[in-house]
Design a binder for this molecule. Structure first.
Ligand code: RFL
Ligand code: PHB
Length: 390
């Protein structure tokens, strides 16, 4: 293949969603991915989908299993000061809810759909490199099965995550970046045990943050805040369960069903935004453009909202060659990104332990007590948690 309309770099959720939507709109596209399909499909990450994300899975035609297997959450729980408060989601948001459905499943559904279209997708491509995106004839080169490829295109979309090549090849003077690295990580554990609560629990405790989530009614996902210097091998399953229980209210800790881990890993936490996210014929989307700490469950959802704005831009561009649609993309997507960055940063600050200052811990507990007891506080949290309007 020598030419296509859009080359997408990266086959994570952003790249696969975009590829499928372009297929649906009869816009030719090729996806180039560094890893194998098995590797991408096995990555365990997000679990909570906003309504807009679910709507986009419907729009692209990949929502069948999500409808059958996703678990709707009508509330979210906040645990602090040894008690738990539930915040309703639908009442103040026009009925919006969130759905527990793993990123692994989203990726699989989008991957299966892509295969059914028989559109090109190159897994295990090495040396992927965008070229000439400041001209009218950009291209992407890579090596696949030992053979060199160069595909000319109209547009390149970088969906290649935080460590990808797309953002890295933008000249330094053309891009401004904003970053905050948090002084702790999340240790996550997946187990075939029933979830301790029907809906997600975000827990603030003087010992550190704890999170109870799920993938199904028989599979749980838990996280605890850990030191950045911790190594996953230092944490036996028993040590994880003991520490998790210590950070939760007694009723929850006592109700917790524990079991062997299916997976355990440590993730660092970061806030990051690049501005702008359009450089001539190269556009960035998802984690390539911005990263949020996972506390608000927003990363995957933001990647999807970028694709919403990007599809608008690309449809206009390919319908009538309207270049201004591409410029609008950066502004429209980033306006929502910044608000979501704020919410993720705020919830991270509110629920995590940054130091051992007892006054700070008391301030967090007081703010959590305020938010969970005030109608305005509950509405604000619910509005942000279900996802701001597109
Ligand atoms: P991805 O998923 O990182 O995919 C990028 C793809 O690009 C490929 N790639 C390259 N391909 C070709 N050439 C190169 N040079 C390349 N470099 C990289 C990579 O192999 C990969 O396949 O980015 P995308 O599509 O933007 O999706 C973003 C989401 O994956 C991410 O934001 C979420 O996982 C974040 N996240 C959560 N988001 C939510 O919305 N809800 C959640 O509940 C949630 N929980 C989480 C999370 C992330 C976590 N971690 C591990 C950081 C929980 C955790 C613990
Ligand atoms: C998850 O289920 O993995 C999950 C849930 C909520 C978050 C982050 C991750 O905020």
């Amino acid at each position: 293949m020598k030419r296509t309309q859009v080359v997408i770099i990266g086959a994570g959720p952003a790249g696969l969603l975009l590829g499928n939507l372009l297929d649906k709109h009869n816009i030719d596209n090729v996806i180039v991915e560094r890893q194998s399909a098995d590797y991408v499909l096995a990555r365990i990450r997000a679990g909570i989908l906003e309504q807009t994300t679910v709507d986009m899975m419907h729009e692209v035609g990949a929502a069948q299993r999500l409808v059958e297997e996703g678990i709707k959450h009508h509330g979210v729980n906040i645990a602090f000061d040894k008690k738990m408060e539930s915040i309703p989601l639908g009442a103040s948001t026009g009925g919006k809810v969130v759905t527990a459905y793993g990123q692994t499943e989203v990726t699989k559904d989008l991957y299966d759909l892509r295969l059914s279209h028989q559109s090109a997708i190159f897994y295990e491509a090495s040396d992927v490199m965008p070229h000439d995106f400041d001209s009218d004839s950009p291209s992407v080169s890579f090596t696949y099965h030992g053979q060199a490829y160069q595909i000319s295109c109209d547009i390149i979309v970088g969906c290649d995550g935080y460590h990808g090549v797309s953002r890295a090849c933008v000249p330094e003077k053309a891009i401004q970046t904003y970053e905050k690295i948090y002084p702790f990580g999340w240790l996550g554990l997946l187990s075939d045990t029933p979830p301790v609560a029907h809906e997600v629990v975000y827990g603030n405790d003087a010992r550190g943050f704890a999170l109870c989530s799920m993938r199904s009614l028989t599979r749980s996902r838990y996280y605890i805040q850990c030191d950045l210097t911790d190594h996953v091998d230092q944490w036996s399953d028993d040590a994880f369960w003991d520490e998790l229980r210590r950070r939760l209210p007694v009723e929850l800790a006592e109700a917790m069903v524990t079991g062997p881990s299916l997976e355990k890993s440590i993730a660092p936490l970061r806030s990051f935004v690049a501005e702008p996210i359009r450089f001539g014929r190269l556009l960035l989307a998802g984690d390539a453009a911005h990263v949020v700490p996972p506390t608000g469950a927003k990363g995957l959802n933001l990647a999807f909202s970028d694709i919403h704005y990007l599809m608008k831009a690309l449809s206009a561009y390919f319908a009538d060659g309207d270049d201004s649609a591409l410029t609008d993309y950066s502004q429209a997507a980033l306006a929502r990104v910044w608000k979501t960055e704020r919410f993720s940063w705020y919830l991270t600050n509110l629920t995590h332990r940054f130091n051992d200052d007892p006054f700070e811990q008391k301030m967090k507990e007081a703010e959590l007590a305020y938010i969970t007891s005030s109608e305005a506080g509950r509405i604000s949290l619910a509005e942000n948690y279900v996802g701001l309007p597109l």
